[in-house]
Design a protein around this ligand. Structure first.
Ligand code: ASP
Ligand code: MG
Length: 403
């Protein structure tokens, strides 16, 4: 089998952990597999490098930032190679450019265009363990690029695609993907199998286990992923196209997102095209809107409420207020609140099972939690509630579906 294994920063944070990971790698190799390994920078190295840069120049160019940040992963692969050498196994470490990870030129957030697998293939043919620095590539000018924070997952999946790997294992410090964040929901359990779509939804709802682009890529090319712990040795969560529906619950997970802002545009003139006007204005400013609620106002007016991520709060407010000043948008008042949270359930099975949303609302009713807004998709139901109710809501909803 050809396996791509990726180890995150916490898994290789110190010499003892490096040795532990070297053990996992060499066992996979000894079992007769071709093993390609992608590593992240050790522990907080990337953050430390960012801090170092700031001390020199508060506004460094993105090109030089990438030059600097790529060092962290290079250090990891070199140290790991030394460790594996010491254990007596054939191994080689390679940078992103040595293995031909070609990317766009967007420094700091580059996208992978292609991976040239020739060098890795040659090394595998010589029965070497191949270690590749994650998170980095080269653009068409042969300058170093990085893929965005957490990007090593995406390097791993890109290599799995290029090498047609049988499996892409993402080793981290948790046992896999959970039915809810175990820090807030003590009864949460590990999910054995999850679909790509569910994984993407959970990630966008704040359950950050995998780099989103890695899951998108895995879905596009059908790469089988496994998320597992480098510490426990337990089986992890498999991410794939469709999961075994026998005994599968309709809901896979519950998640919360507190980084949102709720906007209410009150007293909009009730004429055709007003929603179009408002939301095209936001789209033009690249503001992503999530839950939308339109309600009847007084007289010939209506109210439109919606949520955006809190990063976009200030911009969104400016844009709407400016539109009022220039008379592009006529409304009475604008109300913005960040004391809200979104709690969602995700499950590929809910599409053919009526009553899932009702069950969620029942759980919230029983817990005495008021719902402000609702939105649904084929695999998700989200509600907007007061921020102080968020953890309690997650526990109540989780208990309803998983006990
Ligand atoms: N070292 C990079 C980061 O911390 C990339 C990664 O860990 O995947 O964001
Ligand atoms: Mg990291």
């Amino acid at each position: 089998m050809l396996i791509v294994q990726k180890f995150g920063g916490s898994s290789v944070a110190n010499p003892e952990r490096v040795r532990n990971v070297a053990g996992i790698i060499s066992r996979a190799y000894q079992q007769g597999n071709d093993v390609v390994v992608v590593l992240s920078a050790q522990g907080d190295t990337t953050d430390d490098l960012i801090e170092k840069a700031k001390q020199i120049n508060p506004k460094p160019s993105k090109r030089e930032m990438d030059m600097l940040l790529a060092c962290g992963e290079q250090e990891s692969v070199a140290l790991m190679a030394m460790c594996i050498e010491g254990m007596g196994f054939p191994v080689v470490s390679l940078t992103g450019w040595q293995v031909g990870v070609h990317t766009s030129s967007a420094y700091g957030l580059a996208r992978i265009y292609s991976v040239d697998s020739t060098r890795i293939r040659e090394e595998l043919d010589r029965r070497r363990i191949v270690l590749v620095a994650g998170f980095q590539g080269i653009n068409r000018y042969y300058d170093v690029t990085t893929l965005g924070r957490g990007g090593s997952d995406t390097t791993a999946v890109a290599l799995a695609v290029a090498l047609k790997a049988d499996l892409c294992q993402i080793y981290t410090d948790v046992d896999g993907v959970y039915t809810a964040d175990p820090r807030h929901v003590p009864d949460a359990t590990k999910i054995e199998e999850i679909t790509y779509d569910e994984m993407l939804e959970l990630a966008s709802l704040g359950a950050q286990v995998l780099h989103n682009r890695s899951v998108e890529m895995a879905k596009r090319y059908g790469v089988r992923m496994e998320v597992l712990s480098s510490f426990s040795g337990n089986p992890g969560t498999i991410v794939k196209e469709a999961v075994n529906t026998v005994e599968k619950t309709y809901v896979s997970g519950v998640a919360q997102d507190k980084s949102i802002a709720r906007f209410a545009v009150v007293g909009l003139k009730d004429v055709p095209g007003i929603a179009y006007k408002l939301f095209s204005l936001l789209a033009k400013n690249k503001i992503n809107v999530d839950i939308i609620l339109q309600s009847i106002g007084r007289g010939n007016t209506k109210d439109i409420s919606f949520t955006v991520s809190s990063d976009n709060k200030e911009l969104c407010k400016q844009v709407i207020e400016e539109a009022k000043r220039t008379n592009d948008l006529q409304y009475e008042s604008l109300d913005v609140s960040t004391d809200v949270a979104k709690v969602s359930i995700v499950g590929a099975g809910m599409v053919d099972n009526p009553g899932v949303a009702a069950t969620m609302f029942e759980a919230l009713f029983e817990a005495g939690i008021n719902i402000h807004m609702i939105s649904t998709s084929e695999i998700k139901v989200s509600v907007l509630i007061n921020i102080e109710d968020s953890e309690r809501a997650m526990r109540a909803v989780h208990a309803k579906f998983f006990q």
